[in-house]
Design a protein around this ligand. Structure first.
Ligand code: COA
Ligand code: AMP
Length: 631
């Protein structure tokens, strides 16, 4: 309805607590919140501090009496050629049985459980079972290698690992068992493993304290076992999700139960325009925040049906895969990353494939994860004939900071902008000196505290790092580490990261992690990794290395590429290494990464005034020229 967005923002600004208390009525509480926000606890306050609740109850159990026969989960897997459909009644039985298995292993409220599982419905069951017993799950994306898994083991100190025997990527199997065993060798924390067997590559189950999850789960199902939902404080953690920061050590983003449910339920209706009983599809991975929020929790919280897609936008089998899934399951809205649209557009430049499917029920395409380039938006609008809506958020927030409130009131699209702030987010642009910038001026995008419900209250076990990473740079604000501007109509534009995080195919990666791996090679003296522009993936990492005098660079690129793939994972898409005699630095010793990126992108650059040795930039240019000549 026209004016609905402005009215909603006014209501929130006038009385934020009344706004969120009203939104909280979408949730079933064991003890309803009396206090909405406690400004005296936590780093910036805590939402719903006295509420008692259970997320699994709200996502599963409460729907069984009213919509037990309705589909809750559709697993569509072109990689295995299967489609599985579970009703809410099926899901409740399965989650209950999995929760019973967890309790057999002594898992209880507050214990951490690592979930290292691919895009199969049992992964949802595992996450919801943790939520049911009050355990804190930490899902690790399958494209990460053993070393990354080990870092997460030692930081979260889980009591159990739930894994599957393999993931399936086009043309290859990912043997999770080997990765889990290797991670347990590296890590100090070595919890027992429950391994879910997939027939495509069954596990040997020969690691220490490794058990067959499938048979335990099947036995619990056959016996009709379940356990009750554990009453939890609203502020108790639901999950930890590790994300890349500036340093090599990942940040454990903590999500609580109450605020997460309230914000997600609000967003499902008001941002995505989805009603109970409708089908929503987030084509992401459960290992990322998009998967947590919009494959698993949000659709189920409101009684919608979620699609879990084990496939790719292209090649499984073709660039019509997304449109086939939408038509086959009557998907009302799809959420994906711009990189996926670019991959589809490359194969189907004229946008002919959508016309081969019945997309009459499809209402909107949502994009996030990286900047949505106007060309991809235009292609998708033309090919699909529905609104294409960019929105901007982060692992830290769990839902859109800035978006187009399609369910509330679709706002006119300005390509290049994710549109306007959602309620709860007072988005401000600050200069490096902390002064508020006027309309149209580029600066640091920050959010005035407090952050709204669902946003991280802290980093796992590290309040100090939470404060220093997000709250100290600009007092009274959360620093998003994105740069951008707000135009004269209040539209926000997000332009780039202000830290060393890069975005590869919608995946957030730390250049610091890759640099650590490169410098641990005996031939490498120092290095810098920058994100070079890529037409499909947005960015790809390029490593510039300085090698020890007298060392041969023959074969070094292949060795370093293999090393990053082995230690960080294939998802880093690290394929390019360029040897240079020295790195360009400022006089204070800071590597000039932004200038190096410009050279890698073939863009003009101005010589930084603070450069120590201008010849170092010429060396980079020469190395790039030699490389493109030999390519
Ligand atoms: N487990 C194991 N390996 C994985 C993996 C997983 N879950 N996901 C990706 N990988 C591997 C890929 O197989 C690939 O390996 P390769 O080097 O052997 O080919 C590598 O990691 C890089 O993967 P990706 O960046 O996904 O590139 P791709 O070429 O396989 O596919 C796209 C390109 C654009 C189709 C794909 O990146 C895509 O669909 N992206 C959408 C991203 C997304 O949903 N982001 C979430 C935010 S909304
Ligand atoms: P992640 O935590 O993996 O979701 O990554 C968050 C980061 O991705 C943000 O801080 C941005 O840098 C980038 N990002 C996500 N969505 C968008 C968007 N719609 N437009 C521009 N950048 C985005």
């Amino acid at each position: 309805m026209p004016g609905e967005y402005a009215a909603t923002m006014d209501a929130w600004r006038q009385d934020p607590y009344a706004f969120w208390l009203d939104a909280s009525r979408a949730i079933d509480w064991i003890e309803p919140p009396k206090a909405v926000f406690d400004a005296t606890t936590g780093a910036y306050g805590r939402w719903f501090p006295d509420a008692v609740c259970n997320t699994c109850w709200n996502a599963v159990d409460r729907h069984v009496p009213t919509r037990g026969h309705q589909l809750a989960v559709i697993h569509d897997s072109p990689l295995t050629g299967t489609i599985t459909r579970w009703t809410y009644a099926d899901l409740a039985v399965r989650v209950g049985a999995m929760a019973a298995v967890l309790t057999d292993f002594g898992i209880k409220k507050g214990d951490r459980v690592i979930v290292y599982m691919p895009m199969i419905p049992e992964t949802l069951v595992a996450m919801l079972a943790c939520a049911r017993v009050g355990a804190i799950h930490s899902v690790v994306f399958g494209g990460f290698a053993a070393r990354e898994l080990a870092a997460r083991l030692d930081d979260s100190e889980p009591s159990l690992i739930l894994a599957a025997s393999c993931g399936i990527e086009p043309g290859r199997l990912v043997p999770y068992e080997d990765l889990v065993n290797e991670a347990r060798e590296i890590a100090t924390c070595k919890p027992p493993v429950l391994m879910f067997q997939r027939p495509h590559h069954p596990a040997r189950l020969d690691g220490p304290d490794t058990h067959d999850l499938g048979s335990l789960y099947e036995a619990a199902l056959a016996a009709g076992r379940t356990v009750p939902c554990e009453p939890l404080m609203g502020t108790d953690p639901l999950y930890i999700l590790y994300t890349s920061g500036t340093t090599g050590h990942p940040k454990g983003v903590v999500r609580d139960n109450a605020g997460h449910m309230v914000a997600l339920a609000w967003s499902m209706t008001n941002v995505y325009g989805i009603k109970p009983g409708e089908v929503f599809w987030a084509a992401s991975d459960v290992g990322w925040v998009v998967g947590h929020s919009y494959i698993v929790y949000a659709p189920l919280l409101i009684g919608a049906t979620t699609v879990l897609y084990e496939g790719k936008p292209v090649g499984t089998p073709d660039a019509g895969a997304f449109w086939r899934v939408i038509a086959e399951h009557d998907v009302k809205a799809l959420f994906t990353a711009p990189t996926a649209i670019r991959a589809v557009k490359k194969e189907d430049p004229d946008g002919k494939l959508p016309a081969e499917y019945d997309l009459s029920g499809f209402r909107a395409l949502f994009l996030a994860g990286e900047r949505a380039d106007p060309a991809s938006i235009a292609w998708a609008e033309q090919a699909l004939n529905v609104p294409v809506l960019d929105h901007w958020w982060q692992t830290e927030t769990g839902w859109a900071i800035v978006g187009n409130p399609f369910g509330l009131e679709p706002l006119p699209v300005k390509p290049g902008s994710p549109t306007k702030p959602m309620p709860g987010y007072d988005v401000v642009i600050l200069s490096d000196a902390g002064e508020e910038l006027s309309q149209g001026r580029l600066g640091n995008v920050v959010i005035r505290l407090p952050l709204p419900p669902s946003c991280l209250p802290t980093l796992w076990g590290d309040d100090e790092r939470f404060r220093s990473a997000y709250l100290t740079r600009f007092e009274g604000f959360y620093n998003t580490s994105d740069a951008g501007l707000i135009d004269e109509d209040g539209y926000v534009f997000i332009m780039a990261r202000t830290d060393d995080v890069i975005n590869v195919a919608g995946h957030r990666l730390s250049t610091g992690v890759m640099e650590d791996v490169l410098t641990s090679h005996p031939a490498v003296v120092e290095c810098a990794v920058v994100g070079a522009d890529d037409p499909i993936k947005g960015q790809v990492p390029v490593g510039f290395v300085v090698v020890k005098p007298g060392t041969s660079v023959d074969g070094l690129e292949a060795e370093l590429v293999a090393k990053v793939r082995h230690e960080v994972g294939p998802v880093a898409a690290f394929k390019h290494v360029i040897a240079v005699p020295r790195l360009p630095k400022t006089r204070s010793g800071k590597t000039l990464r932004a200038t190096m990126k410009k050279i890698a992108d073939g863009e003009a650059y101005t010589m930084p005034a603070t450069i120590d040795d201008p010849g170092a930039l010429a060396d980079i240019e020469n190395a790039m020229t030699q490389r493109s000549e030999s390519a």
